[in-house]
Design a protein around this ligand. Structure first.
Ligand code: ZN
Length: 246
């Protein structure tokens, strides 16, 4: 199975990526891991990426794409994969289509979207508090320490990371919506999109994802032509979100 996972910051994408990949027995390929591997091994691409990151610049698309291309050519990824963190934009999605045609003469099977309302993302991320001593992350609502702002493990002072501040989170969601809404619409239009509710306990979300993938495959075999119904419904939701956004 060739699968792409998308979802906003705070949707628990990294965790779900690992569980889902394990369940469908494909390698989990995340851009974060690819970056780290290339930088650690000091590959030519890693050195390039490093130079941009050291300057505080974004790593340009062509460097990222080249790293993803190399990773998809490795033997373990030839029969399937779960991609996390790529593509992020429609142009990147088109590049991925070309890459797959090139390496495996095939296309993506499914794009799974973790759907979480913005308010919920803000609540999840802005409630996080990190220990200055051990970096353990607590949450004021979901996993509070016994004494507010003090780590249960070592008595360290807790603080709110810049990334977790409500204003920063709102900003990140804005950026996500701008780049990803068209991506989600692109895949929905091709009948590849499956959206699942990513709120609630981690195990429940994983189970929902696995059920959705099973149903999607069954539905795909019944109606080889025509978009999947849930994708169509979701497209309407994306349109509505876009309209509301304007
Ligand atoms: Zn601590």
């Amino acid at each position: 199975m060739r699968l792409v996972l998308v979802g906003p910051p705070g949707a628990g994408k990294g965790t779900q990526a690992a569980f889902i990949a394990e369940h469908v027995t494909v390698p989990k390929i995340s851009t974060g891991d690819i970056f780290r591997a290339n930088v650690t091994q000091a590959t030519p691409l890693g050195l390039q990426a490093r130079a941009y990151m050291d300057r505080g610049d974004l790593v340009p698309d062509d460097v990222t794409i080249e790293m993803v291309r190399n990773r998809l050519r490795e033997p373990d990824a030839l029969d399937g994969f779960l991609l996390d963190g790529f593509p992020r934009t429609v142009p990147q999605a088109e590049v991925l289509d070309d890459l797959l045609r090139e390496t495996a003469d095939t296309g993506l099977d499914v794009v799974l979207e973790l759907v979480v309302e913005n308010d919920e993302v803000v609540r999840r991320l802005s409630g996080r508090r990190t220990c200055r001593e051990c970096n353990h992350i607590w949450h004021v609502d979901f996993d509070p320490p016994q004494v507010p702002d003090v780590c249960d493990l070592d008595g360290g002072q807790l603080f709110q990371r810049e990334d977790d501040k409500a204003e920063t989170v709102a900003n990140r969601l804005e950026v996500y919506a701008e780049s990803t809404a068209p991506l989600v619409a692109y895949y929905a239009g091709r009948g590849l999109l499956v959206g699942i509710d990513a709120t609630g306990p981690v195990d429940d979300v994983t189970q929902r994802a696995i059920d959705a993938l099973r149903h999607f495959r069954a539905g795909e075999q019944r109606t080889a032509a025509g978009p999947f119904e849930a994708g169509t419904r979701h497209q309407a939701a994306v349109d509505a979100r876009d309209t509301a956004h304007r």
